[in-house]
Design a protein around this ligand. Structure first.
Ligand code: SAM
Length: 229
């Protein structure tokens, strides 16, 4: 059985101005995939059934590129990889990083505020969606770190820290392939009211499972997986 922990991480030389650099939250996702994807199963889902994966808020493109690396090495993983971001700088940066990693037009990039600019043919199509969203609440992000002020789409999740994510959840059902089991992987922060977030997710028909967490400075960053209730 091929062990994907031995696959090389994407090279990310272009950390472009204003684009979120790969960080602990990014690697919480990548490291989970390293441990839970093999040549037959993507975290328990049959790997040959996964037709489309979305990396929402791709930033430097690192997660999409890591998925592309898995695709290159596992013959049954023939999925189409789509990466999107609200930021022009992020899309340009991710495209540069795609070329540096010797992929050319393998990933489809879409500049869009959540799903607003997605073409209709992507509706009801995604089997897996990954979103490392901005997850700090606006007040924290203003008070804490001057570097964070200029990059608000990277950090500022809204007044309670999860307004951007809940807006994503409001739109996502139209883009999930509900004909088979799907997963949404996302990051949240213990600095926000997680019981409130979980209640909102349940109301919208999702079951949340915590997969991993890491303590950093003032918060735990948490990797979660959503599936249908
Ligand atoms: C925390 S960064 C994660 C970047 C990258 N995925 C990673 O893990 O390193 C959040 C990303 O979400 C993007 N983003 C924020 N709001 C968005 C929105 N409404 N629609 C699409 N992308 C958004 C930001 O521009 C940023 O690139």
């Amino acid at each position: 059985m091929k062990n994907i922990t031995s696959f090389s991480d994407p090279i990310i030389p272009y950390i472009c101005n204003g684009v979120y650099p790969p960080s602990d939250d990014t690697y919480l996702i990548i490291d989970y995939f390293k441990k839970n994807v093999n040549e037959n199963f993507f975290d328990g889902l049959p790997i040959n059934n996964i037709r489309k994966i979305l990396d929402m808020g791709t930033g430097t493109g690192i997660i999409a590129l890591f998925l592309q690396e898995i695709k290159k090495n596992l013959s049954k993983f023939t999925t189409e990889i789509i990466a999107s971001d609200i930021s022009d700088a992020a899309i340009k940066c991710a495209m540069l990083n795609e070329r540096i990693n010797n992929y050319k037009d393998d990933i489809t990039f879409i500049k869009s505020d959540l799903f607003r600019k997605f073409p209709p043919n992507l509706q009801h199509s995604f089997d897996i969606i990954v979103f490392n969203p901005p997850y700090l609440h606006s007040i924290n992000y203003k008070e804490n770190d001057p570097i964070r002020r200029s990059n608000d789409s990277n950090w500022d999740g809204g007044e309670r820290g999860f307004e951007v994510f809940l807006e994503f959840i409001n739109q996502v059902k139209d883009f999930l392939n509900s004909e088979q089991k799907y997963y949404i992987y996302y990051i949240s922060s213990s600095s926000t009211d997680l019981s409130h977030l979980n209640a909102e997710l349940e109301t919208r028909g999702f079951q949340n499972r915590v997969l991993n967490k890491k303590h950093i400075f003032f918060e735990d960053i948490i990797l979660n997986r959503l599936e249908e209730l």
